[in-house]
Design a binder for this molecule. Structure first.
Ligand code: ATP
Ligand code: MG
Length: 456
């Protein structure tokens, strides 16, 4: 296939038949984040390369192997964001958001770029939902952030996700652990990949996160929890207590060190066993030193990133369907120039009333137009020709049952919205009656009556 009609390796198009899923997820995630007090932040797709070197860390896989970095025409080194936290923290510092009441909470829905080997659940352009919370070092916030992610999965009906937590200490206790790792890995230096030999000196903890090394080698390495200082271990215990108080099940996995350098204390992942090797749907943790590192402001913070594509894979693997948007409500099939003009006018008026409707803009036969209306799932149709224009009456057809109703053409645009609402209510009532639980007995007309402007 010619290059210009082929997307770049590791990128994906979201086609019209699927985009409703992403839109539904975005709306759901925004809603849930809002309930937890998070407001949206949007930051540029590229930043100074130095920002990621300093935050993500120059011994990480992300910085060493995965970033899309280039010089712009002004000679600046620019990097497409490989993750969302660095940009959010940069904006937080740059705009003095630390002056706002704390905790200061933001969320984002954003694209990320990593030069990785494309495979199921691993793309070069992917999307993340992420949250960041600034200004509290309390373990209650760690639990709150974890609870938010958990609620997303619960709301969507995802089953079987395992919440794994760990603590990777702080600048007081981590050096002890790094030393223990250095001793251990030095004894196994010949088994290490080239990058990790370099890491041995600079940041041995990174070796635990390296995908090149054998599981056996990593599994036998010293465990970080054995090296935590009192403050870190106390913090970790309290996080567990909060999780228990909220009824969130977790397992402690001392092997999680996360692939980004900025983490301190709590780290966590939500892992699925249903989507293959790339099972981590969400990962996050505390980064109490990052604001200091980037902006000389000592502000504790934490957050997580959730992979949207992996979440979609998981929903698909578990057969969870997301609600489809409503189909077209009305299609006006027309024959002849005058009828077409009238159809255009009615459709225009109805759309202004919020009705999803359509008319022929191709010049098809009535039969072909009706076929199209069917494909669009239009609930109602009308045929408009010379006869209808002359008589001033159109026949509205309810496609599901074949029922028809004659209506005055002159007032059709005013009268139809009422019929559309009635039909929607009847469909809802039917759904509730066939559904389970107490909702089946709800008197819908009483419920909706007060909120509608069209009374009979
Ligand atoms: P992994 O171990 O799978 O490489 P990671 O530790 O690099 O993940 P993070 O940097 O923590 O991932 O990013 C948070 C989330 O973003 C991941 O849990 C995952 O859901 C998603 N993610 C990360 N990299 C990719 C990618 N290349 N393609 C798709 N989703 C990704
Ligand atoms: Mg990775």
């Amino acid at each position: 296939m010619a290059l210009i009609t082929k997307a770049i390796k590791g990128t994906q198009d979201t086609l019209p038949g699927d985009s409703y899923k992403v839109k539904f997820l975005e709306a759901t995630l925004s809603d849930i984040a809002g309930n937890y007090g998070f407001r949206e932040i949007r930051t540029p797709v590229f930043e100074h390369t130095e920002l990621f070197n300093r935050s993500v860390g120059d011994t990480t896989d992300v910085v060493q192997k995965e970033m899309y970095t280039f010089d712009d025409k002004g000679g600046r080194s620019i990097t497409l964001r490989p993750e969302g936290t660095a940009g959010a923290v940069r904006a937080f510092l740059e705009h003095g958001l630390f002056n706002e009441p704390t905790p200061m909470k933001v969320y984002y829905l954003t694209s990320c770029y990593r030069y990785e080997k494309p495979q199921a659940g691993r793309l070069r352009e992917f999307h993340q939902f992420g949250v960041e919370c600034f200004g509290t070092s309390s373990p209650a916030e760690d639990a709150e952030v974890i609870a938010l992610a958990d609620e997303v999965f619960g709301f969507l009906g995802v089953k079987g996700l395992e919440l794994q937590i760990n603590s990777i200490g702080c600048p007081h206790c981590r050096p002890l652990y790094q030393q223990a790792l250095k001793d251990y890995f030095t004894a196994h230096k010949e088994e290490l990949c080239e990058t990790c030999r370099d890491r041995l000196e600079r940041n041995p903890m990174r070796i635990i996160d390296c995908k090149e090394e054998s599981d056996e080698l990593k599994d036998n390495a010293p465990v970080v929890l054995d090296y935590l200082c009192e403050e870190c271990s106390d913090h970790f215990e309290k996080v567990k207590q909060y999780l228990e108080a909220m009824g969130l099940a977790y397992t402690v996995n001392p092997r999680i060190v996360r692939g980004l350098d900025y983490y301190t204390k709590t780290v966590f992942e939500f892992v699925s066993h249903d989507i293959g090797a790339q099972g981590t749907v969400c990962g996050g943790g505390r980064y109490d030193g990052l604001c200091e590192e980037l902006g000389d402001k000592s502000i504790p913070a934490l957050g997580f990133g959730m992979g949207i594509e992996r979440l979609l894979l998981l929903l698909e693997a578990q057969g969870i369907e997301l609600p489809k948007p409503d189909d077209m409500e009305l299609y006006i099939a027309s024959a002849g120039d005058n009828a077409s003009l009238k159809a255009a006018a009615i459709v225009h008026d109805l759309r202004a009333e919020g009705i999803a409707c359509g008319f022929d803009t191709v010049g098809r036969s009535i039969k072909a137009q009706m076929k199209y209306a069917n494909k669009m799932g239009s609930a109602f149709t009308v045929v408009l020709g010379d006869n209808e224009l002359e008589s001033g009456t159109v026949r509205l057809k309810y496609m599901e049952t074949g029922e028809t109703q004659d209506m005055a053409l002159e007032t059709f645009a005013e009268d139809f919205p009422q019929i559309a609402v009635q039909a929607a209510m009847a469909a809802l009532q039917k759904e509730l009656n066939t559904g389970e639980g107490d909702l089946a007995n709800v008197d819908l007309s009483a419920l909706l009556g007060g909120n509608t402007t069209w009374t009979e």
